[in-house]
Design a protein around this ligand. Sequence first.
Ligand SMILES: Cc1ncc(COP(=O)(O)O)c(C=O)c1O
Length: 241
Amino acid sequence: MPVHLYGLPANLPALTEIAEKAGLALVEDAAQAHAAAIGDRPVGAWGKGGCFSFYPTKNMHSLEGGMVSTDDAELARTLRLLRNQGMEQRYANEIVGANVRLTDVAAAVGRNQLSRLGEWTERRIANAARLTAGLKGVITPVVPEGYRHVYHQYTIRVPEHRDALQAALTERGIGSATYYPTPIHRLRPFLAADGSPDPRWELPETERAAAEALSLPVFPTLTDAELDRIIDAVNASIEAL
Ligand SMILES: Cc1ncc(COP(=O)(O)O)c(C=O)c1O
């Protein structure tokens, strides 16, 4: 289940090969990656299924809800049944399902958002390029050749000084966020019974990423002047640390 984190596609060619060799189904978590792609193949079109979120913070939304993409007709039918209490024909339930239907109102919002997704995505990509060109003293996002990063988040890495930089940015009136402050294996369900870290999970790279990542504003309606203000604030704060 690769996650296209922050809008950057995971290494799908490599993962597809691994999944095929192992006889595993690849299910893409494309919740943050609407319109991302590798080459001319969009995310959601690589695995057995692709899962998109339409939660309001996402690159497009339908108030709540989401979508599964698949080219497997049988899987698509099963998903439709699961969505509608196991029914295709009314009161002829074939399997045990739930009510997870998208409402018409949500779909109407989603269709409108979809019509603007292309333009918004281009703005996100252009905003990210301006940030990357201007930022100094931090590690900016690395995009492999041929990958289309759609910048759900513009996330930098700040070894050692992340929290200090975030505090300095707050002081200068620049919003920023840490996704995700606690790595999953340090959350309560994955701790040992006595609340201590479970010795089975030693994930130093994950912990380093959680301590260093900082997301800066990249949303489509940012102006060039606002982007330059963010760049100046980060560069000045880093220099002062
Ligand atoms: C990577 C990722 N996967 C899954 C989800 C869950 O999506 P939803 O909130 O639509 O259930 C989200 C967002 O909330 C997400 O960012």
